[in-house]
Design a protein around this ligand. Structure first.
Ligand SMILES: CC(C)(COP(=O)(O)OP(=O)(O)OC[C@H]1O[C@@H](n2cnc3c(N)ncnc32)[C@H](O)[C@@H]1OP(=O)(O)O)[C@@H](O)C(=O)NCCC(=O)NCCS
Length: 170
C-alpha cells in the first residue's frame, strides 16, 4: 500500500513478502561495511527480522522503514528509507539503504525528502536525527544535503565505536 509518491519512486509499507529483498539488501557490501552484519542469512531469518523490527514499529510507533519502488523498472524494490524510534536516542532517526546498482542516482535524496515531509506533516515530529559511521562519506553527504547538521559524536549501542549524530529541526 503506497503511502507517498515522488517523481521516480513509490514509497510503500514493507510486508513479509519483502523478506527476499531484505535478505539481499542486508548482505550487500556497503550494508555489511557501514551498517553491520545483522546475521540475516536465510529467508526465514529475514522474515523474523521484519516481524521483530519494521512490522512491529508500524504497530507501536505508527511509522517505520518503507520500501522504495522504482516506477521506470516495473516497480522493482530498490531500497528503503524511513523512520525508527530507537530506545537509545531521544529523537526519531531517519535511515536509508539501496541495492548497490541504485546508489548515487539521487534516490536517497528524493525518497528522504518525502519521508521527512511525512515525519513533519503526518507524524508531527519536530526533530529528526540520524546516526552514521564517520567513514560513510556518501551517507554524510546525503544527510548534509537533506539539511541535517552534525551535532555530536555518540556511542548509542555501547560498541566502543564512535558514530556521528546528525540532527535537524522540522
Ligand atoms: C548512503 C546512501 C543511502 C546514499 O543514497 P544515494 O541514493 O546513493 O544518495 P544520492 O544519490 O541521493 O546522493 C546524495 C548526495 O550524496 C553524495 N553521494 C551519494 N552517493 C554517492 C556516490 N556513490 N558517489 C559520490 N557521491 C555520492 C552526493 O554528494 C549526492 O549529492 P549530489 O547529487 O548533489 O551530488 C547509499 O549510498 C547507500 O545505500 N549506502 C549503503 C547503505 C548505507 O550506508 N546506508 C546509510 C547508513 S547510515
Amino acid at each position: 500500500m503506497p503511502i507517498a509518491e515522488t517523481e521516480r519512486l513509490i514509497i510503500a509499507k514493507v510486508t513479509l513478502d519483502d523478506a527476499a529483498f531484505f535478505l539481499e539488501l542486508m548482505n550487500t557490501p556497503h550494508w555489511l561495511k557501514y551498517i553491520g552484519d545483522r546475521n540475516v542469512k536465510t529467508l526465514e531469518a529475514a522474515r523474523e527480522h521484519l516481524k521483530k523490527g519494521i512490522l512491529k514499529s508500524y504497530k507501536t510507533d505508527g511509522f517505520g522503514f518503507y520500501k522504495l519502488l522504482l516506477k521506470s523498472e516495473n516497480n522493482k524494490v530498490i531500497g528503503i528509507s524511513g523512520l525508527v524510534k530507537r530506545q537509545q536516542l531521544d529523537h526519531v532517526d531517519i535511515g536509508f539503504g539501496f541495492l548497490p546498482e541504485y546508489e548515487g542516482y539521487g534516490f536517497g535524496y528524493e525518497s528522504s525528502v518525502a519521508v521527512m515531509s511525512l515525519a513533519k506533516d503526518t507524524f508531527k515530529l519536530d526533530k529528526i536525527v540520524a546516526i552514521t559511521d564517520p567513514i560513510n562519506k556518501n551517507s554524510i553527504k546525503l544527510l548534509e544535503k537533506l539539511g541535517l547538521k552534525l551535532e555530536k559524536k555518540v556511542d548509542p549501542f555501547d560498541t566502543g565505536k564512535e558514530l556521528l549524530l546528525f540532527a535537524k529541526d522540522l
